[in-house]
Design a protein around this ligand. Structure first.
Ligand code: MV4
Length: 671
């Protein structure tokens, strides 16, 4: 096949995978066209792309699934190729075909290969002919009750009935004995008919403790095909993958090689081109059976990238250009071990149902060759009901499984999301679980260990509340080290701060459905930058000292020192400890007299140095009067009174460095 020259790609997708594809394409000097729905006007994939076209309303059916609209954009933007990502149109044979007919290269396999794998029974027939091992079963045309019962009895029990049009675990029935077969068959057919409009089924021997092991394959248009080893994706809930890893723990070199060769045979059998995945059920005795083939780049492809050192999107584009595969099988090898944890907006305490809302804070672990984050969101973005609730993928790599798993735990602790509930704490518990550490895996792993993942938020909540109290007091008492933005000023804060004679303050926290009150007293500080308090909570008094920096609260409770992370936005304070978080709301307990005087303080318009102070505490100043002069980037800026004011306190002196937004002068407006 002649080489093609792909200079511009339309990415028919959104979120992390669209961003991930754009990054590689741009690195290869290729222009990128994004498409977006109403919900994604300022999404990351839109901002990253060289151009972006609106394609419809928020629901996927009216945007990302509109093959006609997307093809039209591809033509109008002069794209040479379309990358479908995963989901949406990635395994839509008509779309692949329509692209080809319009001389736009579909970055994926030919139409026929997608079609061949679309039906479970057709796929199994093709694989059977090619000599690919299948679970003993029947996937024939004769769908009569009699024939199916007869085939079932021949196979033996337990047995599985699968809808041939099924997917994602829908339309499956386990049958324990011959007597139960007909009832299960009818119930499976009813579900298949209503879900897929097709009640054809196949029957096969049920493996009770299999693992999901899949092989990454790659084929070019010059008849070369290789495999890029395997991934173990046994840890799933409701057929959604949760943690994937590569290589599969405990797989022998011999089985790896056999499985890889079989996967290449499967790809060749359907004239494959590009990236694909052949899924196997891997049984305890070392036997493995073809399950299905995914004719796309998969969500979990980064674990393969980490152990092979390759960029699979680059390979896809290379192959789509008509060029040969970059490496031969002999040149490929496995280096180390990788995990991917899928970070979902979902609530482990509410049956793992998706959660929605704004991400108010996003703190990522340090990124390096050991830790990678693929995400399509930033703080401020909204997770909506319209799309998949996966908000990021955390990928870690190290020299072996044990050290990679330690990396995973560490990175999960540093993955901070506020604003909505996620599965991060659950993932951390999973990565800490003994059976997972022992790699005692099978597809029922999560069901089997379900009870072990109850989240214990109440545990050590006192420490969280004391840390939160320390943060509130440090922020409100305007200790210079912590004075950063104007919103942090006590005068712009209505959380209960007030100057009072006996120097105590009441902080009311709302946590879930409770209001928790902490009474704080100042104590003498032992050092310049730590501050000491007594906090009364639940009738007990805790002497606490510490300091706050860089989103961390350093806490010393009677000699026991600890550190937690936090994010503060107005009255919302989120404390992160280990992989858990506590979302606290500061409840307004101030009395109305405190609000009678307007207190618009004067703050720094940019970071810089104070070069002149023209007022002192107690001065009366008139509107427009110059109060302080700052210098930054060799430019002078004069801070002036916006109205008639009383200067309560000048907070900086000549020569002081101030942060952008730092409060400079505390004032009271003269009425
Ligand atoms: C099986 C099986 C046991 N025996 N087939 C589930 C989804 C579909 N693609 C195939 N599935 C299974 N097929 C036989 N003969 C167990 C499963 C299965 C499963 C497979 C992979 C990953 C997770 C799973 C969870 C439950 C059941």
């Amino acid at each position: 096949m002649a080489t093609i020259n792909i200079n511009k790609i339309l990415i028919a997708n959104r979120g992390e995978i669209a961003c991930r594809i754009i990054r590689t394409a741009q690195r290869m000097g290729i222009e990128c066209v994004a498409v977006y729905s109403d919900a994604d006007r300022s999404a990351q994939h839109v901002l990253l792309a060289d151009e972006a076209w609106h394609i419809g309303d928020a629901p996927a059916k009216e945007s990302y699934l509109r093959a006609d609209v997307i093809l039209d954009v591809a033509k109008r933007s002069n794209a040479d190729a379309v990358h479908p990502g995963y989901g949406f149109l990635s395994e839509n044979a008509e779309f692949a075909d329509a692209c080809a007919k319009n001389q736009i290269k579909f970055i994926g396999p030919p139409k026929a290969a997608i079609e061949a794998m679309g039906s479970k029974s057709e796929a199994k027939n093709i694989m059977h002919k090619a000599g690919v091992p299948l679970v003993q079963g029947y996937h024939g045309e004769d769908q009569s009750e009699q024939r199916l019962q007869q085939e079932a009895d021949k196979i033996g029990y337990p047995l599985l009935i699968k809808a041939t049009a099924g997917g994602g675990g829908k339309g499956m029935r386990v049958v324990e004995s011959s007597a139960d077969f007909i009832d299960a068959l009818n119930s499976c057919k009813r579900e298949a008919k209503s879900s897929f409009g097709d009640d054809k089924v196949l029957v096969e021997k049920y493996l009770t403790k299999p693992r999901h092991v899949e092989i990454q394959v790659f084929a070019d248009s010059l008849n070369n095909a290789v495999h890029l080893f395997e991934r173990d994706c046994s840890v799933q809930r409701r057929h959604q993958k949760v943690i994937e890893e590569a290589p599969a723990p405990g797989l022998s070199e011999d089985i790896r090689d056999k499985m890889g060769q079989v996967a290449i045979t499967a790809a060749r059998a359907i004239g494959y081109e590009g990236a694909g995945t052949v899924e196997f059920l891997y049984d305890e005795d070392g036997s493995f059976y073809f399950m299905e083939m995914n004719t796309r780049l998969q969500v979990e492809h980064p674990v393969t990238e980490k152990i092979t050192g390759l960029d699979l999107v680059e390979w896809q584009i290379t192959v789509a250009n008509g060029l040969p595969l970059p490496l031969s099988q002999q040149q490929l090898s496995i280096n180390g071990h990788a995990f991917e944890a899928r970070i979902y907006a979902e609530d482990p305490n509410n049956n793992y149902l998706p959660t929605t809302g704004q991400i108010t804070h996003l703190g990522l672990p340090a990124l390096n060759e050991n830790v990678r984050v693929d995400s399509g969101i930033v703080a401020g973005d909204n997770v909506s009901v319209y799309y998949d609730p996966m908000i990021a993928k955390l990928i870690v790599w190290d020299k072996d499984r044990t050290s990679a798993l330690a990396r995973l735990r560490g990175a999960l602790k540093d993955f901070h999301v506020a604003g909505l509930t996620t599965n991060i704490e659950f993932l951390h518990q999973l990565a800490s679980h003994k059976a997972f550490n022992d790699a005692d895996l099978d597809t029922h792993f999560l069901e089997k260990h379900d009870g072990d993942f109850t989240l214990e938020r109440e545990q050590n909540e006192t420490e969280i509340l004391l840390a939160a109290s320390l943060q509130v007091m440090m922020q409100q008492s305007a200790v210079p080290a912590n004075r950063t933005i104007d919103a942090d000023s006590p005068w712009n804060d209505h959380t209960g701060w007030r100057l009072n004679e006996d120097n105590f303050h009441v902080i009311d926290f709302a946590l879930n459905d409770r209001v928790i009150s902490v009474t704080a007293h100042f104590r003498d500080s032992n050092t310049r930058c730590t501050q000491a308090f007594s906090f009364e909570l639940d009738g007990k008094t805790y002497p606490v000292s510490g300091y706050v920096d860089n989103n961390k609260i350093h806490l010393n409770i009677e000699g026991h020192q600890s550190v937690v992370s936090y994010a503060r936005e107005n009255n919302r304070l989120v404390i992160f400890r280990n992989a858990a978080n506590w979302q606290l709301e500061l409840v307004d307990n101030s009395v109305s007299e405190d609000d009678t005087k307007s207190q618009a303080n004067l703050s720094a318009p940019m970071p810089g140095t104070v070069i002149d102070v023209l007022v002192k505490n107690g001065d009366q100043v008139e509107e427009g009067q110059a109060l302080m002069v700052m210098e930054a980037m060799k430019m002078e800026h004069t801070i002036k009174a916006h109205q008639s004011l009383t200067v309560k306190e000048v907070l900086y002196q000549v020569g002081d460095l101030v942060d952008d937004g730092a409060e400079l002068i505390v004032v009271e407006e003269n009425s």
